[in-house]
Every structure is written in C-alpha cells, then in structure tokens.
Design a protein around this ligand. Structure first.
Ligand code: NDP
Length: 329
C-alpha cells in the first residue's frame, strides 16, 4: 500500500474554509519531476483567488493549493539530472504545496541562497521575480526615478520597496494602516501615505516633485486604477500587476492621452517560461539576497491545519510580508 501524508484539499471553490485537511496518498514524481519534503509554503493573493475561483486561469478541482514552496529534495523522477536528494530548494511553479510532500518540475526549482531559512526561501520567488519584472523588465525604472508601491507592507510591496531602493529609486509607499506604513519606512520608503488619505492623488504627485510619478506598480485595481492614471507623470508607466480590490475598473482609453501614459500588464506565470528574462532576473536578484541587501519578509506563520485562517487573514488585510504555512509544524 502506498504511503500517505497530510494535505489541504479543495473539492469545491469558495471562501477559504472550503479547504479541508485530509490524509491522501503521497505523490510519486513523474518524468522530469522531483518530490520535496515541504518545509514552508509562501501564500500569495493568487492562491486565495484560485480557491475562490476568481484567478486568471480556471481552477480545476479537486486540488491542493500551494504554487510556491521550499523544502528538501526527497525523490527524483526519471530523466532528472543535476538535482541531488537532500538538497534544499525552492519551487516556483510546482503544485500541491500545502502538504507534507509536493511535486515540482525539476525545471521550476530555484537554488536557495545560503543563509536563507526555509520560510525565507518560500517567501522569495514570486514576490521578488514579480517586483523585478515590474520595476525593471517592464517598468524600465532608472536610478533617481520615483516609483509608487501600493499595498506596500504586503509580500509584493515589501519586495518592491527593497528592490527599488537597491536600484537607487525613490519610493512613495501606500498602505491601509500606520503600522504598515512604519514597515514600509523601515524598508526604505521615502514617502508614505495612507491608502485612504483624502488628498492622496495630490500628495503622491507632490512627492515626486509635483509632476506625478513616472512608474506605478498597480495592484489594487477598481476605482484605484483610475486614480493611478491621475497620479502618473507625463510619459508615465503604469504596470498592472493585480486587482486586490476584486472590483471592476473602468478605463476610458482617451484618459491615457492626457499624460501620454503607457499601461502594461504583468503576469509572472507567462514571463517565467522566457528563459532569458528569468535568467536576467535571477542574475540580478541572487547577489542582492546573498549580500543581505534585500531580505525576504516572512510574515505570520501558520501550521497546515490553520491554512483557512491564513487565507482569510490575507483577505482581511491583516497580514504583512509573506504569509507562510509550515506543514511540518
Ligand atoms: P499581499 O501580501 O500584498 O496582500 C494583499 C494586500 O492587498 C493586502 O494586504 C492589502 O494591503 C491590499 N489590498 C488593497 N485593497 C484591498 C482590498 N480591497 N481587499 C484586500 N486587500 C486589499 O499579497 P501579494 O503580495 O500576494 O499580492 C499583492 C498583489 O499583487 C495582488 O493583487 C496579487 O494578485 C498581485 N500579484 C500579481 C502577480 C503577477 O504575476 N501579476 C504576482 C504576485 C502578486 P493594504 O491593507 O495595505 O491595502
């Protein structure tokens, strides 16, 4: 009889409490796959949307959530070369992370820089690769330029602030509470503003010398998307990365003409297969992490059985940094 393990299983889509802790067969790696003993899972807003059935791609059930995790290689499938059992790795693009063991394509493994804990390794791939592509690949951020970081105390927000500062940029950070703004300042944000400050458009424009912000990482969506256009500088770049408000946005294309604004979408899942872009991002990020110039921000940490609470806390905007679930806890 095959061995079993504990895993969170979703059989129908909905709010976080549709996830159930079950005893399921331990998966066997197929060709080109490895199996990890999962130490830590990084929970992204995308995981919350996927369980709700609101993600960009359709969620097929039954499934075990968890696309970003770190752990120790425990078995390798046919044809896998250069991956040793016992090595600690992170996976970006694996599946079923919310379990004691999970599979990942060998090609989706990222070496864990020395000195990072399992939780830090799980907090790294999605947020930092996305921040890099937003700031650099698509945003073309330059030293001395201003960037607006929304949801600044979250997983992507904290990564974006640290990376922008490492690139020599100036950061305006927005978040919903004073405590979150304090974290943004600790990470180097130059100007911080409450998300609901009634004068936020004026203040953001003023922060960047009164002429608006040249680069905006837009993650809130809905009515806030329209505001981002008003905050942008002439020839500004707005990178659409998320829709945390889960509201529809109205875009009147003629609005873009006013300040010659460019709006660009960014989805990490469709950038990762571009080997050259991924290599460039890894080459830029690895030394920054190794030198401690950027440090993945591990947020609240939960056990497997507390997964639904972890997801709900993200939805309720209670968390900062990357929410981590440790299946072995
Ligand atoms: P976070 O850790 O940042 O958590 C989400 C944050 O969104 C909350 O803490 C909250 O911060 C903010 N938020 C703003 N408005 C709302 C709202 N109405 N309801 C709930 N939260 C709100 O999550 P992630 O770092 O995982 O993701 C941040 C955003 O980036 C998401 O939109 C996500 O989908 C996107 N993303 C996109 C990627 C891509 O490839 N395109 C990759 C990674 C992330 P506050 O309370 O300060 O407003």
């Amino acid at each position: 009889m095959s061995e079993t393990m504990r895993a969170m299983v979703v059989e129908r889509l909905g709010p976080p409490d549709v996830m159930e802790l079950r005893e399921v067969p331990r998966p066997e790696p197929g060709p080109g796959e490895v199996r990890l003993r999962v130490e830590a899972v990084g929970i992204n807003f995308a995981d919350v949307l996927a369980v709700a059935g609101e993600y960009l791609t359709r969620t097929r059930v039954p499934y075990t959530p968890g696309m970003e995790f770190a752990g120790v290689v425990d078995a390798v499938g046919e044809g896998v070369q250069g991956v040793e059992v016992g090595t600690r790795v992170a996976s970006l693009g694996g599946r079923g992370g919310l379990a004691e063991y999970a599979l990942s394509p060998a090609a989706a493994l990222i070496p864990v820089p020395q000195g990072l804990s399992g939780a830090q390794a799980a907090a790294f791939p999605v947020s930092y690769f996305t921040a890099y592509h937003g700031l650099k690949t698509l945003g073309r951020g330059q030293p001395g330029e201003w960037v607006l970081v929304q949801a600044a105390a979250g997983a992507l927000g904290t990564a974006s602030i640290q990376l922008a500062k490492a690139m020599g940029m100036h950061v305006v950070a927005m978040a919903s509470t004073e405590e979150k703004l304090g974290l943004a300042r600790d990470l180097g944000a130059d100007v911080t503003l409450l998300q609901d400050d009634p004068d936020r458009v004026k203040k953001v424009r003023a922060a960047a010398g009164g002429t608006g912000v040249p680069l905006i990482l837009e993650v809130v969506g809905g009515a806030r998307f329209q505001e981002s256009l008003e905050m942008a500088a002439n020839l500004g770049r707005v990178i659409v990365i998320g829709n945390a408000s889960r509201e529809e946005a109205n875009l009147r294309p003629v609005e873009l003409m006013k300040r010659n604004v460019t709006v660009t979408g960014l989805w990490l899942s469709s950038l990762m297969p571009d080997a050259e872009l991924t290599r460039q991002a890894a080459q830029a990020l690895t030394p920054l992490v190794a030198s401690g110039q950027v440090t993945p921000q591990v947020g609240p940490t939960y056990g497997l059985a507390e997964s639904a609470r972890a997801f709900q806390d993200i939805l309720d905007r209670k968390t900062t940094g990357k929410v981590i679930i440790e299946p072995g806890r």
